[in-house]
Design a binder for this molecule. Sequence first.
Ligand SMILES: [Zn+2]
Ligand SMILES: [Zn+2]
Length: 155
Amino acid sequence: MVADGVTLEGGCLCGAMRYKLTGPSLFVSQCACKDCQKATGTGHTTIVGIHNSQLDLTGTPATYTNEGDTGGSVTRHFCGTCGGRLYTSGTLPGEVIMVQAGSLDDPSAVSPDSVIYVKDAPAWDYFDPGLPKYEAMRPRPHHTIPVAEAQPNGA
Ligand SMILES: [Zn+2]
Ligand SMILES: [Zn+2]
């Protein structure tokens, strides 16, 4: 959770892309979906859900768009030079984006509150036993967010 009004800074590996993220965050999840595995080369990725207006990005990221689990398109934003992943957005309404927690200058500033897409997790990956786990997407964070945009697939 990023508290209301708290600003965290981050960027890519080479430093060409920098951003400031301002809370409150909607969720912080470990996502083990297949797309996250392929996009990051890891067992799971850690994502911070915020509204698009809460991200102040410097630099122009490269993008890759494909179709997500529920049929909407999912766009991954990353540095075209070093390949560092920054965030994921979707065409679904609400402008919720998912920032890669590992791109924060201090990733320990956030802590995951859930694990999603455990059905796709590699046998060797490990998750905090104390976290709630969901087979696929998590339930929507609160009632003002349509379920379609709360689904973090492809983050
Ligand atoms: Zn870079
Ligand atoms: Zn995912």
